[in-house]
Design a protein. Structure first.
Length: 100
């Protein structure tokens, strides 16, 4: 992922093994990262049990917000693929019991 992609709001795929190692403290026993994406400083990790969203905040990035979403909480999702002129692909998820 290039810096320009991140500035434009496009997440880049990162190696699942590297994400497994970097965020090892977040995983339960036997939990494996299947796919991982990085957007500047934020990350999305798809494991065999849940979706983990990591939001680094502030100038230094020392304040971090972690969101753990078990797959059973996802009621449905939508994917919008990239096109000829619109190069963005988007993933939308809806959660059960969500107030936002």
């Amino acid at each position: 992922m290039g810096l320009l992609d991140g500035m434009m709001g496009n997440a880049g795929r990162i190696d699942p093994a590297a994400a497994q190692q970097e965020y090892a403290k977040l995983f339960g026993q036997g939990e494996q990262v299947y796919a991982a994406y990085l957007l500047v400083r934020d990350a999305m990790l798809f494991t065999n049990r849940r979706l983990i969203m990591i939001d680094k905040q502030g100038v230094t990035g020392r304040k971090v917000s972690y969101h753990s979403i078990p797959y059973r909480s996802i009621t449905h999702f939508a994917v919008e693929t990239a096109g000829t002129f619109d190069l963005d692909a988007e993933l939308y998820i809806w959660l059960s019991g969500s107030h936002r």
